[in-house]
Design a binder for this molecule. Structure first.
Ligand SMILES: Nc1ncnc2c1ncn2[C@@H]1O[C@H](COP(=O)(O)OP(=O)(O)OP(=O)(O)O)[C@@H](O)[C@H]1O
Ligand SMILES: [Mg+2]
Length: 454
C-alpha cells in the first residue's frame, strides 16, 4: 500500500540529527508520517497543538532526557505509546522507563526490523487501549489484585509495580523462593491486562525434557520426531493475542533459550519439523525460583534473554521478611479450609498465631497454607490452638518439654522450676513479661520464684 493513505504519525525525539535522519528515512519509507523534535522539553508543548500516534524517545538528550520527559507526559495524562531508545548497556534505565509508563524499549544501534515490529505492536496496542474504557484507570488504583494478600510495605510496593505494568505488553520476570506466590502474580497480571479475555496459557519448563519442551512451546509437524503423528499447535500459537506464562524458566536448555529469544525479538518461529514461519502476538510472563544472575555467570543462562525477560522484574519477598502479613494470610486460609471441611472454627488462639509469626517459613505461603489446612482438620474446638499446629512450629523449649517424661529423672516440680528459670533468663529477668509468657499472673510467678528460691 505504498502510495495510498499515509500511515500513523510518529513523533521522533532525539538530539542526534544523524540518527534522527536515519530513522526518519526508514520510517517515512514505510509510509509513516514522521515529525521530529530535538529535545524532550519540546514534546509536551508540541502535543498541545498537534497530534501524534506514537513517540520514539531517546534517553539521553541535552536539556530534558527520556526519563524526565516520560514523567512530564505521565503527569499531563498523555496516553500516547512511547518507545524509548536506549544504549544496550543501560538496562536499568530501560526498566525505569517502563515503570514510568513507556510501552517498550529498543537498544541502540537500532535494528530497523525490530523497531518496525515494535511500532506495529504499540500501535495496535493503542487501538485496543482506546476502546478499553477500563484503561482510563491505568494510573488510578482500579486494578484488582484482591486475590493477593499483603499489607506489608514490600507487598504494597509490588502492587504499585503490578498496576503500572499489568496493562502493558511488557515481559515480566517474577522471581522469589518457592511458595511465595509467583504463579498467583502471573495470573493477576493477565487478569488485569487488556488480554484478559484472551487465552492465558501456562507451561512448566522444569517438567519436560528438551525435545518435548520445544514441541510443547512451538508445536510440531507430522513426523517431526518419533511419535509425532499429526500436526500439533504449540503453546505460543495457543496463546496468540493472549498471555503465555513460562514457569521455572531457569530450567531450560541454552538451545531452547535461543528460540525463546527469537520469538521475543521477532515474534516468530517455526514448528518442529516445519518450514513455515509462524507469527504470533504473545505477551510473555516468566517465573523462576533460581538465581538467573548466577546462572549467567556460570554460562547456563543467556544474558540477552535475561535482559529481554527482566524488563520489569518483580521480586516476591520471602514470608519471613514480612511477618506482618501472617495474621491476615492465616485467617484467610482458616476461613477457606473451615468452610471446605465444614467446621465451625472461629479464630486462632493468640498463642497459636504467635507461633505462626515466629516461625521462619522456608516453604513460604504454601507451607503456611498447608499448615493451616492440617490444623483445621485436626482441630476439635472452635479455636485453633498450638496443639493443632505441626509440631515443628512449636518453640524449641516446648518441643523439648513434649519429649521429656518423668523417666528423665525430673519431677513435675523440677520441670516447673526449670521452665521458670529459663523464661526469666530469656526475658532478661523481666517478671511481667515472663509471667505473660508463662500464662500466669505476675503475683503467681513472684510466689513461685520465692518458693523455688530463684
Ligand atoms: N499473597 C498471597 N495471598 C494469598 N495467597 C497466596 C499469596 N501468595 C501465595 N498464595 C498461595 O500460596 C500458594 C503458593 O503460591 P504459588 O503457587 O503462586 O507460589 P510459587 O511462588 O509459584 O511457588 P513455586 O516456586 O513452588 O512454584 C498458592 O496456593 C497461592 O494461592
Ligand atoms: Mg509456581
Amino acid at each position: 500500500m505504498a502510495e495510498s493513505e499515509p500511515k500513523e504519525t510518529i513523533l521522533l525525539v532525539d538530539d542526534d540529527i544523524a540518527h534522527r535522519t536515519m530513522l526518519k528515512v526508514n520510517l517515512a519509507g514505510q509510509g509513516y508520517v514522521v515529525e521530529e523534535l530535538s529535545d524532550g522539553d519540546e514534546v509536551l508543548p508540541y502535543l498541545k497543538g498537534r497530534h501524534a500516534d506514537l513517540i520514539l524517545l531517546d534517553m539521553k538528550m541535552a536539556r530534558m532526557g527520556g526519563l524526565a520527559t516520560l514523567s512530564v507526559l505521565l503527569q499531563a495524562g498523555v496516553e500516547i505509546p512511547v518507545i524509548v531508545l536506549t544504549a544496550f548497556s543501560s538496562v536499568e534505565s530501560a526498566v525505569e522507563a517502563m515503570r514510568k509508563g513507556a510501552y517498550d524499549y529498543i537498544a541502540k544501534p537500532v535494528d530497523i526490523e525490530e523497531l518496525t515490529i515494535l511500532i506495529e505492536r504499540a500501535l495496535s496496542f493503542r487501538s485496543i487501549h482506546e476502546e478499553n474504557t477500563q484503561l482510563k484507570n491505568r494510573l488510578g488504583e482500579k486494578f484488582s489484585f484482591s486475590t493477593i494478600i499483603g499489607k506489608s510495605a514490600a507487598m504494597q510496593e509490588m502492587f504499585a509495580t503490578l498496576s503500572m505494568v499489568a496493562p502493558t505488553d511488557a515481559t515480566v520476570l517474577i522471581t522469589g523462593e518457592s511458595g511465595t506466590g509467583k504463579e498467583l502474580v502471573a495470573n493477576a497480571l493477565h487478569q488485569n491486562s487488556l488480554r484478559r479475555d484472551r487465552p492465558f496459557i501456562k507451561l512448566n519448563c522444569a517438567a519436560l525434557h528438551e525435545n518435548l519442551l520445544e514441541s510443547e512451546l512451538f508445536g510440531h509437524e507430522a513426523g517431526a520426531f518419533t511419535g509425532a503423528s499429526g500436526r500439533r499447535k504449540g503453546r505460543f500459537e495457543l496463546a496468540d493475542k493472549g498471555t503465555l506464562f513460562l514457569d521455572e524458566i531457569g530450567d531450560m536448555s541454552l538451545q531452547t533459550q535461543a528460540k525463546i529469544l527469537r520469538v521475543l525479538q521477532e515474534g516468530e518461529f517455526e514448528r518442529l519439523g516445519g518450514a513455515q514461519t509462524i507469527r504470533v502476538d504473545v505477551r510473555l510472563l516468566a517465573a523462576t525460583h533460581k538465581n538467573l544472575e548466577r546462572m549467567i555467570e556460570d554460562g547456563a543462562f543467556r544474558q540477552d534473554l535475561y535482559f529481554r525477560l527482566s524488563v520489569v522484574p518483580v521480586k516476591l519477598p520471602p514470608l519471613r521478611e514480612r511477618a506482618t502479613d501472617i495474621p491476615e494470610l492465616a485467617n484467610h486460609f482458616l476461613r477457606r479450609f473451615a468452610e471446605k471441611n465444614r467446621k465451625d472454627i472461629k479464630d486462632f488462639h493468640p498463642e497459636a498465631l504467635n507461633l505462626l509469626m515466629q516461625y521462619d517459613w522456608p516453604g513460604n505461603i504454601r507451607e503456611l497454607e498447608n499448615s493451616v489446612e492440617r490444623a483445621v482438620i485436626l482441630c476439635l474446638g472452635e479455636q485453633l490452638t498450638p496443639h493443632d499446629l505441626p509440631p515443628h512450629l512449636l518453640s524449641k523449649e516446648v518441643r523439648e518439654l513434649r519429649h521429656s517424661t518423668a523417666q528423665d529423672g525430673f519431677t513435675l516440680r523440677d520441670m516447673e522450676r526449670e521452665v521458670i528459670r529459663s523464661t526469666l533468663e530469656k526475658t532478661g529477668n523481666n517478671k511481667s513479661q515472663a509471667a505473660k509468657q508463662l500464662g500466669v499472673a505476675r503475683q503467681t510467678l513472684l510466689n513461685k520464684i520465692k518458693e523455688y528460691g530463684l
